[in-house]
Write a protein that binds this ligand. Structure first.
Ligand code: FUB
Length: 311
C-alpha cells in the first residue's frame, strides 16, 4: 500500500538510511561462508582471500571461523584449519562446510591435492565447533579417482537427515554430484549419483531442510539471472534428500564479485542468507568479503528474493 501511495506522490519515502551491508570483518578478506548454529552461537566457516590488489587468481591458504551471538557483531576466532593440516594437499583452500555428527564436528574442504587431477575433497574432525581440527582420513574423501566425481571436486555441502543419514553434495563446472556418507562421516556409502532437476547448476551447493522439504541453493551463472562472468543464487526443492529436484527460482541476484556462495540458516527465529561480495574497501573478485542479509519465506514454502543491503 505504501508503495502505491508513494507512486501517486502521496507519501515521502523515509529518509532513514538502510543499515550497512557490513562485512563480518574488514581485517581480512573472507569468502565462501558455511553457517552452523550451536546453542546460542552462529559459527561462520569461511575461506580467506589473500590475493594482492590486481591479482587475477585465488590465493587461499587457510580457513577462518567467526562467531556471533546476534548475527551482527562477529569475532574472528582465527585460522582454525589450513592447507598444511592436510599433508597430502598443497594449495587452494576453497569452499568448505562443517557438519556436526557423533559429538564431533567434521569440516569438509576442497583442496588441490597435488595428485593426478586438480581438486580433491578432504575432511578434518574436531571435538568442538572451534576445533582443534585434524585431518580425519589421511587422504582425500573424494578425488579424481572416485567414479563419476568429475568434473571438479569442490564446494562440499553436507546434510544430515532426521533419520541420521548424512549426505554430501559437491561439484562445479556444471557437474553436481551427491552420495551418502557412512556413519563414520569419512567414507562415501554406495555410489555417486548425479542429482536430477537442478537447473543451471554451476557450483556452491548448500543443502538444508525446512518443514519436511529439502532445499538446495547453488550458484548459477546463466544469462537469465546474471551478467556474463557473474553468478546468482538459484534454489530447488525436493521431497527426498537425493532428489529429484524442482527448480524454484532465484533467491539472490548477482553481487559485486563474479563468484558467490550461499549459506542459508535460521538463527534465533530469523533466517539469513550468508554470502560474499567484493564491496569492502580494496575488495575484488579475489579479495571478497562475507556478509549476510535477512531471508524471508512465503507461506507456500518458497523463498522471497533476498534484498541486498547496500549501505
Ligand atoms: O573460493 C574459491 C571458489 O570460488 C569456491 O570454491 C567457489 O564456490 C567460488 O566461490
Amino acid at each position: 500500500v505504501l508503495g502505491a501511495l508513494a507512486a501517486l506522490g502521496l507519501v515521502v519515502a523515509s529518509a532513514a538510511p538502510a543499515p550497512a551491508a557490513a562485512p563480518i570483518t574488514t581485517a581480512l578478506y573472507t569468502a565462501d561462508p558455511a553457517a552452523l548454529v550451536v546453542g546460542d552461537t552462529m559459527y561462520l566457516y569461511t575461506g580467506h582471500d589473500e590475493a594482492p590488489v590486481g591479482g587475477t587468481n585465488f590465493v587461499m591458504r587457510d580457513w577462518h571461523v567467526f562467531t556471533s551471538g546476534d548475527a551482527t557483531t562477529w569475532t574472528d576466532q582465527g585460522a582454525k584449519l589450513k592447507i598444511a593440516d592436510f599433508p597430502w594437499a598443497g594449495a587452494d583452500a576453497w569452499a568448505g562446510e562443517v557438519e556436526p555428527k557423533n559429538g564431533k564436528y567434521y569440516w569438509y574442504v576442497p583442496v588441490n591435492g597435488n595428485g593426478a587431477g586438480w581438486m580433491d575433497i578432504g575432511v578434518a574432525v574436531g571435538d568442538s565447533p572451534l576445533g582443534p581440527f585434524r585431518d580425519a582420513k589421511g587422504g582425500p574423501l573424494i578425488s579424481d579417482s572416485t567414479p563419476n566425481s568429475s568434473p571438479l571436486n569442490i564446494d562440499p555441502t553436507v546434510f544430515t537427515d532426521d533419520d541420521g543419514q548424512s549426505y554430501i553434495y559437491w561439484g562445479s563446472y556444471y557437474g553436481l554430484r551427491a552420495a551418502k556418507l557412512k556413519p563414520d562421516m569419512i567414507n562415501l556409502d554406495g555410489s555417486v549419483i548425479t542429482p536430477q532437476g537442478v537447473s543451471n547448476f554451476w557450483e556452491a551447493p548448500w543443502m538444508f531442510k525446512r518443514n519436511g522439504v529439502y532445499y538446495l541453493a547453488y550458484a548459477a551463472n546463466d544469462s537469465g539471472c546474471a551478467a556474463s562472468g557473474y553468478a546468482c543464487i538459484r534454489y530447488a526443492t525436493a521431497s527426498s534428500p537425493l532428489g529429484p529436484w524442482t527448480h524454484r527460482g532465484v533467491v539472490l541476484d548477482q553481487v559485486t564479485s563474479t563468484t558467490n556462495h550461499p549459506a542459508i540458516i535460521e538463527f534465533k527465529g530469523q533466517w539469513y542468507m550468508v554470502y560474499h561480495n567484493a564491496s569492502s574497501p580494496g575488495g575484488g573478485d579475489f579479495r571478497r568479503s562475507v556478509t549476510l542479509d535477512k531471508l524471508y519465506w512465503n507461506a507456500d514454502g518458497t523463498m522471497q528474493k533476498v534484498v541486498q543491503t547496500t549501505g
